[in-house]
Design a protein around this ligand. Structure first.
Ligand SMILES: *Cc1c(COP(=O)(O)O)cnc(C)c1O
Length: 367
């Protein structure tokens, strides 16, 4: 029996061990020189002047929105197909959230967003879902035309590019270093911006609103990352290009061999975008030989782990139903797509043999 192929796998090498040991031996475990170094290298890798490290991707979004002074009465337009952190972060600021429809590529549709912009809209929040950059040139144009803030949920897309520009460099970029992400250190996050004033405000906000010890400028929080975590993320960042190339190569192999199967749609990558394939997500369409449940079971029987990201639209839960901050409009594309998506393993540790097993299993199950 072949070993099970997992949906994700962590890669930790001798460089992570060396840097963590260095921090341990220094005795300086909380935010210090490793965090500063990570911020500098992360900013350079994403074509921005400033990067501010925080303790996770959710607080990166909360801090970014707070830094932009979003609050009660303001409206944020985002996608309904994302991890719930996107929604929770907006709700935490007191702002109202509206959901525009997505495109066939799974990302927010700029035309649908344009149609929802109104009097109270203050920010647009596209998500680079599965590692595919959303249409940032169009969102940047909409933000300029309407005087809106632009925040990018880039948790799944470090190193992805659109039109030659890194994600996180068109708006305020929010990244996650959670255990399964393309760069990870257990828990961690990063905010990117070219705006020096905003970066300064974020640094104060993450440290209890303090500029210097006991010198408070605002009501803040503790959003700090530790040097232990930064040490791991530094080693991961050094490998990011390599990791993203491997993910892209695996995705290309899968798409080449799966694209003509009836009942399955491989992910589309619009021209000019470099996808970093945090997930490789296909769609099981109504004409398939099995339904999605049967597809997942068939792959599981053959030792292939799959994931559904996400089983329901982000707001489609009882706990958000009567929330006055949550406004639900019609999103027919997202409503359909969410019933069809399923992700296959694409992580860097897959071997050629693993990829061939995935192709063979998918072909058998859809026969
Ligand atoms: C992982 C993720 C987040 C939240 O990041 P955490 O570090 O887990 O808090 C936000 N948005 C998206 C799209 C994510 O995938």
């Amino acid at each position: 029996m072949n070993p099970t192929i997992p949906i994700s796998a962590v890669t930790l090498g001798p460089e992570e061990e060396r840097l963590v040991l260095e921090v341990l031996r220094s005795g300086q475990l909380s935010q210090g020189p490793k965090v500063r170094q990570l911020e500098q290298q992360f900013a350079a890798a994403h074509d921005v002047a400033h990067a501010v490290a925080v303790n996770n991707g959710t607080t990166a979004l909360v801090a970014a929105l707070r830094g932009l002074s979003l609050g009660p009465g303001d409206e944020v337009v985002t996608t309904p197909l994302s991890f719930v952190a996107t929604l929770n972060a907006i709700l935490e600021t007191g702002a109202t959230v509206r959901f525009a429809d997505i495109d066939e590529d799974f990302c927010l549709d700029p035309d649908a967003v344009g149609a929802l912009i109104g009097e109270r809209t203050r920010a647009l929040l596209p998500v680079h879902l599965y590692g595919l950059p959303a249409d940032m040139p169009r969102f940047a144009q909409l933000a300029r035309e309407h005087g809106l803030a632009l925040v990018e949920d880039a948790a799944q897309a470090p190193g992805a590019r659109i039109g030659g520009r890194a994600v996180g460099s068109s708006g305020v970029g929010c990244f996650s270093f959670y255990a399964t992400k393309n760069i990870m250190c257990g828990e961690g996050g990063m905010i990117t911006t070219d705006d020096a004033t905003l970066a300064d405000r974020l640094r104060v906000l993450r440290n209890q609103g303090m500029r210097a010890r006991y010198q408070y400028e605002a009501a803040g929080h503790n959003y700090r990352l530790t040097d232990l975590q930064a040490a791991i993320a530094l080693a991961q960042l050094a490998r990011l290009d390599h990791v993203n190339v491997a993910r892209r190569r695996h995705a290309a192999f899968l798409s080449e061999h799966l694209r003509d199967l009836p009942g399955l749609r491989v992910p589309s990558v619009p021209a000019g975008r470099s996808h970093v394939f945090h997930q490789y997500t296909v769609r099981i369409t109504p004409d398939a030989a099995v339904d999605r449940e049967g597809f997942v079971a068939g792959l599981s029987d053959r030792g292939i782990t799959t994931g559904i990201y996400y089983p329901r639209l982000m707001h489609d839960y009882d706990c958000f139903r009567d929330n006055s901050q949550v406004v639900v409009d019609e999103t027919p594309v997202a409503d359909r797509v969410v019933t069809e998506i399923v992700s296959l393993p694409v992580h860097p540790q897959l071997s050629r043999n693993d990829l061939e097993r995935i192709v063979e299993a998918v072909s058998e199950v859809l026969q």
